[in-house]
Design a protein around this ligand. Sequence first.
Ligand code: FES
Ligand code: FES
Length: 190
Amino acid sequence: MEPASSAPGARLVKVKGPGPVPVCLRVNDRLYCLPLEPRCSLLDALRQHLGLTGAKRVCNMGECGACTVLLDGRPINACITLAVECDGRSITTIEGIATDGHLDPLQEAFILCDAVQCGFCTPGQIMAARALLARNPNPSEEQIRRAMAGNLCRCGTYNQIVQAVRRACQDSDVPSAGRSRPDAVARRGR
Ligand code: FES
Ligand code: FES
């Protein structure tokens, strides 16, 4: 029988591995090139190889959203994404959203609205909210709930999370990335 690769119309698929292969990831605007086994998830690459432990491993099967990061600006579950798929692409994690030492407005809003209990889901919630606000700067409550339906919170802080997202885009009390956190806390006391 004719080998599949020489059959008319067949495409040669380049197989990577099984040993480590070079993978270059641009994470939070910094380029990292490292040898990774093709089976290595993006979450493992971030947490175990780069020491970026903000994205959390909870279900490890794409169900809870705790591992949400942005891949070329779009939210993905890093636990079910292979690092090799992200070769040459841009990844943003919770560690990369503060500016010049100042928290992102969403981070500020989560604090001000008490949207954090155990905090395990929080990095994923904030990254999902960032992706939402990037495409819709003033979402309704329903749009927030829909967009973040894939991010579960076992502590049940859903109402505060929605409040925080609305506050981040609507409330002038939430500082821009250029203002300091002590400034925000002082204004909260007004
Ligand atoms: S840990 Fe990735 S979706 Fe739950
Ligand atoms: S704050 Fe505990 S899981 Fe969401």
